[in-house]
Design a protein around this ligand. Sequence first.
Ligand SMILES: NC(=O)c1ccc[n+]([C@@H]2O[C@H](COP(=O)([O-])OP(=O)(O)OC[C@H]3O[C@@H](n4cnc5c(N)ncnc54)[C@H](OP(=O)(O)O)[C@@H]3O)[C@@H](O)[C@H]2O)c1
Length: 274
Amino acid sequence: MQKTILLTGATDGIGLATAKVLVGLGHTVLLHGRNSEKLEAVKTSLLNITKQPEQIACYVADLSDLHDVIKLANAVKLKHSSLDVLINNAGVFKTPEPITKKGLDVRFVVNTIAPYLLTKLLLPLMSKTGRVINLSSAAQAPVDIPALLGQVAITDDFSAYAQSKLAIVFWTQFLAEKYGQNSINSPAFIAVNPGSLLASKMVTEGFGIAGNDLSIGANIVSALALEDVFSNASGRYFDNDAQQFADPHPDATDKSKVDNLIFAMKNIITELTG
Ligand SMILES: NC(=O)c1ccc[n+]([C@@H]2O[C@H](COP(=O)([O-])OP(=O)(O)OC[C@H]3O[C@@H](n4cnc5c(N)ncnc54)[C@H](OP(=O)(O)O)[C@@H]3O)[C@@H](O)[C@H]2O)c1
């Protein structure tokens, strides 16, 4: 069955490779990017894979700005009454501007808070056969809530990134539990490490190495999004380095830490967006 899939960060790396797989399988793919020219170029390249241009749509949003996240959700809602899959792939590791205009670390905003807000806003479009796939990482570190709130600066890129990637596992589990038990319409929420050191610009620029085949990530993300075998995996973390479901960082089992993260994210969202 043809599905409608919103894929963030579709303009490069694992996202672009995943877009190629999904379009090739005949699905309708809503491509998200932050740069409209880069996004249009991706759309043009994907039109070589399909003869159906209506299979591809483009949405521009800078996920470091939560107002843009709301606009993105509204733009999707305007065109689509239902969404089968949301892939929260967009992410940032090293950047010359690590602090947003609102004084938050951009890794927390783009990698953790924006996908949470986008997911919450789009949940009404999704059903229990739907999936939310969240890109985490093997890099996971205890989340420093004052740092998330922008009260303490994180000077180390890797630490900021690893905290944001554990935090997305936290809220994946939280929403799976919250909606899985209470709503017949809840999609499955699945976190994934797509594979370490895959050959994206994040890895080449961040670590100065060529990296492994991007299809390793694209294939597992597509499979988690689509294959029946993963339909009961809500709340779980798939570690593609081990090619199986695994335990994330032990902090993910600490309910108070997860609750603190949710509380802090809600406060940030309320403060920044009203
Ligand atoms: N590569 C790996 O080995 C690896 C391992 C574990 C997890 N991951 C995760 O996999 C995901 C994809 O990463 P990647 O390796 O493919 O990196 P990438 O090539 O740098 O791609 C990142 C994507 O996110 C977009 N993005 C970055 N900041 C954004 C912002 N402020 N607003 C909107 N979009 C933004 C980028 O847009 P532009 O094209 O405009 O830059 C790009 O499309 C990330 O969540 C990453 O943390 C990657």
